[in-house]
Each structure stands twice: as C-alpha cells, then as structure tokens.
Design a protein around this ligand. Structure first.
Ligand SMILES: *[C@@H]1O[C@H](CO)[C@@H](O)[C@H](O)[C@H]1NC(C)=O
Length: 293
C-alpha cells in the first residue's frame, strides 16, 4: 500500500495496536462486502481539509451514495464544527462519515468519542439537537484496538483557556447612560469592543464573523490573541441569539461585557450597541482609565 504524505501524517496520529482482524459492531458492512475509495469531493467542505484525500465508501454510517447522501448529510455538521467545540471534532466526525482509505478500517476510539462528545454535545443541544445515536460512544472500540485516539496535548492545552459555551442571550441595552456602562465595566471581568458582522448570504463561510480587531477596555483573563476567535465561536454556538444582535449584511460595533468562570467558560452579560451618536459609551470608555469602582 502506498501512503501519500497526508495519509502518512494521519496514520502517525493513530496509536494503538494494529490488529489484522478488525471487527466491531459499528461496521455497517462486513469486510467481505465490496468497498471503494473515492477522492473526498470539494463540496464535502467539512472533511475536505481533514488531512487525507481519499475516503472509503460505504462510510461508518452505512452510506454509500456520495452525491445523494454522504455529501448532503455532511452539511448537517457544519454548524457544530464551525463553533470549534473541540480541536479534534473534525477528525472524529470525518473518521465516521469519510473514513480514511487505508487497507484497514479505523474508527475513533471510545475515549476520543467521549472527549468530543463532552465538549460538543452541549453546543449541539444549544442548537436544538440531541447527540445522535449513531455517535453513541459505546459503539466505538477501546484503545487496545487500532483506533483514532485523543491527543493529550489538546486536552492539556485547552484546559484553562477561556472558552465560549451555550448560554442565554445577554441583555442588549441601547443608548446607555455613561454610568450604566461604567457600572457594567466595574461589575464584570472583561469588556471589549468588537464589530460583529453578519453575511447576507452565507454559503461556505460561517454566517457570523468578528470584523477587524477586538479592542480591550478591560482585558481581565482574556487572551489578547484569542479573543476574536472566542467571540466568533460564541456567536456561532447560539445562532438565534447572534441573529438578534446584527442584521443580515450588516456590521454592528458593540461593547461586550462578561465574566470568565473558573473552568474557563465565558458568559457575556451586558451588551451595548455602539452607534456614532452614543456619547454615553464614548465618555465611559474615556473615563474608565482613571475610574475607581
Ligand atoms: C439561544 O438564543 C435564543 C434567542 O435569543 C434564546 O431564546 C435561547 O434561550 C438561547 N438558547 C439557549 C439554549 O440558551
């Protein structure tokens, strides 16, 4: 078997023992049944850049019709994956819907499934969907089998970072008085200004973006380089909340205040849309430097 560089890189991510006889109840087909390898099509955005170029059909969901089933169903996962709910969410999902084309079948390990599920199921619930039965972690092999394992560097790296989670929509206060803004700045861990942008016709891009730089009024525990992504992830977790904040095809500058819980979860609490005429906000941000709460 010839491995391309990307396949090789992918295999290097795997650990565990290669077992020649690889059997599992999840396999929707037996190894005697004919399977085929195809190039992951460009339209299959969620797996196109997963790190290998050929996938096997039928996939682990038992789908064999590429144009009619595999590609369109893959789109169902985009709203979840674009939230960045887990750094291995894409590898996990694509190992099921677009399994790498090697001469053995490689499933995600039970432990990887659990790690991804624990991070992503709350986001999926926020978007109105239960964790699907097809991804029930009990169906995946323990690490003694050859399978896709969680990378410990990710779980270690992620542990203390501020993280966007599902929450109720924060309150939005239009044309606030200076003292209203000052009090929000005093009572929450962080305050930033950010321009929220909503595409009019989202096709491939996420519908919501954070335009330009995020400016800190009060940095608190937020990381300077990560906050733009953090806010974008937050917008993409509850799309109906985000939709209430900015109209299609528009951008809106906001002062966003919120807190960071000890586990790193952020909660946005009070939001102020900042229009040019809003003297109250401008004055508050100027006074803040010298203000004592
Ligand atoms: C998402 O936002 C909507 C709209 O503001 C809100 O009604 C809903 O409660 C939010 N969802 C969750 C799970 O918090």
């Amino acid at each position: 078997m010839q491995l391309g560089a990307s396949e090789l890189a992918f295999v290097l991510l795997l650990s565990g023992v290669f077992s020649t006889l690889f059997a599992s109840p999840l396999l929707a087909f037996d190894l005697g049944q004919s399977t085929r390898c195809v190039t992951i099509p460009n339209q299959m955005k969620v797996c196109k850049d997963v790190g290998y170029s050929e996938m096997r059909l039928p996939n682990f969901l038992g789908h064999s019709n590429l144009e009619g089933e595999v590609v369109p169903r893959s789109e169902d996962w985009r709203p979840l994956l674009q939230t960045g709910c887990h750094p291995q969410a894409q590898a996990f999902l694509c190992s099921i819907i677009a399994p790498v084309c090697l001469d053995t079948f490689i499933q995600p390990c039970h432990s990887l499934c659990v790690a991804v599920r624990d991070s992503c199921a709350p986001v999926l619930a926020c978007q109105g969907h239960p964790w699907p039965e097809a991804l029930n972690c009990d169906r995946f092999p323990a690490e003694e089998d050859m399978c896709l394992t969680p990378l410990s560097k990710f779980s270690h790296f992620m542990k203390d970072l501020p993280k966007a989670v599902c929450q109720n929509c924060p309150s939005v206060e239009v044309a606030p008085a200076t003292k209203t803004v000052m009090s929000a700045l005093c009572h929450h861990d962080f305050a930033v200004t950010a321009k929220l942008h909503r595409l009019r016709h989202p096709t491939r891009e996420p519908e919501f973006q954070v335009e330009g730089r995020v400016e800190f009024i009060r940095q608190g525990p937020l990381l300077p380089y990560d906050t733009q992504h953090l806010l974008r992830d937050w917008l993409l977790i509850n799309l109906s909340c985000a939709s209430a904040l900015v109209r299609p095809g528009r951008s809106q500058l906001y002062v966003l205040t919120g807190s960071v819980q000890p586990d790193g979860n952020i909660a946005l609490v009070r939001l102020f849309p900042w229009h040019k005429k809003d003297a109250g906000i401008a004055l508050a941000t100027r006074k803040w430097k010298h203000h004592r709460c």
